[in-house]
Design a protein around this ligand. Structure first.
Ligand code: SAM
Ligand code: SF4
Length: 446
């Protein structure tokens, strides 16, 4: 057995968590075991996020804490991986003296070589972006898994160039992964006991694989995955509104194991701001897509992302966002203050002209409205029965279990003899803004 151990810490989106599992697999091949105890690690990797300035500041703070580990253990290697590595490149080696290794999102296969270089006392860096790397042949090591749900990365990169966003610069060209390898990974997960997979990509619904005789798109992939077994739930994130086709909605509607939950980031309710953001749709177009979801998939949950205080956003634009939220009745939302990112189109072309206190006030209004909408959405579910996939013990009590319904809502109910991986029909008795609380009606698979 290998003596060397690495510890990985992940910041940011689901895609980063999925990448950490690919990194763990590469490290395993190089005879490194993963550890959850940072003190026993020979290598500490920080898988980073650049999406907002705050995300980068958190990583910087962590790197300064890690310096003290290095003082106690001089052979310890510290690596910065992912988007921040890609964005800042060798500048990070200048700023952060304790860092030995810098690796961009397309260079993880190179890690063993970079570690050797660093062990010889040199700084090691690979931030080359690739047009075709999808890590398709790598079998991810499921880190911190509950054995029930897993991520499968189906595409990488993004070429949408939303004006505010750093992702096209840190993750490079959009490329899709061979569908055969995706479906094999899904089948293997099901056979080893997993009951839910989430297809991941910055823009999953623009998935496209060019085969020899025909092209394979996202509806095709989703349908094939749904047919693996009715007991395997399929989720996906994130969809771009411009690529949300009726064909995709019809495929979801036809397969009960494709979850009734669509995450459709709107970013703003103002067509003027959407144009400045280069989102490629208008308020009206987005509303029409919401209507299409409601028409084809009744009972589908809809969640979104919202940015407050983008360049040029007036109070009227902000009220357009609030009114769209009320209209759409979003079940859930991720809400952010606009953070100007160096190198993006917005940083080059527009002034970051909404004062900080106005951004904060608008964000607060958006959060308060969403809390009301989420609570109302949960209240509508009281008295209904949902099929819940059990994930873990409830955090508050070991007498209760926690799982999710198809709409991606957390449901808590008495443990009885149920266990992770079971499907349980739960009657919802009451709710909070964040959780449904119920009792089992009957279990149909144990
Ligand atoms: N590809 C996905 C999409 O298009 O929605 C997700 C991209 S990003 C990882 C997740 C969210 O971060 C975005 O939907 C957006 O709301 C937010 N975001 C991206 N850049 C931002 C910025 N510069 N400032 C504030 N929020 C930002
Ligand atoms: Fe960023 Fe837009 Fe691409 Fe999403 S679609 S990753 S927000 S550029």
């Amino acid at each position: 057995m290998s003596e060397k151990k690495f510890y990985i810490e992940t910041y940011g989106c689901q895609m980063n968590f999925s990448d950490s599992e690919i990194i763990a697999s590469v490290m395993k091949e190089a005879d490194f075991d993963s550890t959850t105890d940072v003190k026993e690690a020979d290598g500490i990797f920080v898988n980073t996020c650049s999406i907002r300035e705050h995300a980068e500041q958190r990583v910087r703070k962590r790197l300064s804490e890690l310096k003290s580990f290095k003082k106690k253990k001089p052979h310890l290697l510290i690596g910065v991986l992912g988007c921040m590595a890609e964005r800042l490149k060798d500048q990070l080696l200048i700023d952060e003296k304790s860092v030995d290794i810098i690796v961009g999102p397309d260079a993880y296969r190179d890690l063993p070589k970079l570690i050797n270089t660093a062990n010889e006392g040199q700084k090691a860096i690979n931030v080359i972006l690739s047009a075709d790397e999808t890590y398709a042949d790598i079998n991810p090591v499921r880190l911190g898994s509950n054995g029930v749900s897993a991520f499968i990365s189906i595409m990488r990169g993004c070429e949408n160039f939303c004006a505010y966003c750093v992702v096209p610069y840190t993750r490079g060209k959009e490329r899709s992964r061979n569908p055969g390898t995706i479906l094999n990974e899904a089948r293997e997960l099901f056979e080893s006991g997993f009951r839910e997979i989430t297809f991941l990509g910055q823009n999953v619904n623009s998935y496209k694989w060019e085969g020899e005789n025909k092209d394979f798109d996202f509806p095709y992939l989703l349908e094939k995955a749904a047919l693996i077994n009715p007991l395997l739930r399929i989720r996906f994130a994130t969809s771009h509104p411009k690529d949300l086709s009726d064909e995709l909605l019809k495929i979801i509607a036809a397969h009960p194991n494709i979850c009734r939950s669509v995450h459709l980031p709107v970013q703003s309710g103002s067509s003027k701001i959407l144009k400045l953001m280069n989102r490629k749709y208008t308020r009206e177009w987005y509303m029409e897509r919401i209507e299409a979801i409601r028409k084809y998939i009744p009972g589908c949950a809809i969640s979104t992302d919202i940015i407050c205080g983008f360049s040029g956003e007036t109070d009227d634009d902000h009220h357009d966002t609030l009114s769209l939220m009320e209209w759409a009745k979003f079940d859930y939302a991720y809400m952010f203050k606009y953070s100007e990112r160096p190198g993006t189109a917005a940083a080059g072309k527009y002034k970051d002209d909404v004062p900080e206190e106005v951004k904060s006030r608008r964000l607060q209004e958006v959060i308060e409205l969403q809390q009301k909408l989420s609570h109302k959405s949960n209240k509508r579910d009281v008295g209904k029965t949902f099929e819940v996939l059990v994930e873990n013990e409830s955090r508050k009590s070991k007498d209760f279990l926690s799982g999710r319904n198809s709409q991606n809502k957390v449901v808590i109910f008495p443990r009885k003899n149920f266990k992770a991986g079971d499907y349980v029909n739960v009657n919802v008795l009451r709710c909070t803004a964040a959780t449904l609380i119920g009792d089992d009606a009957e279990s149909f698979y144990m």
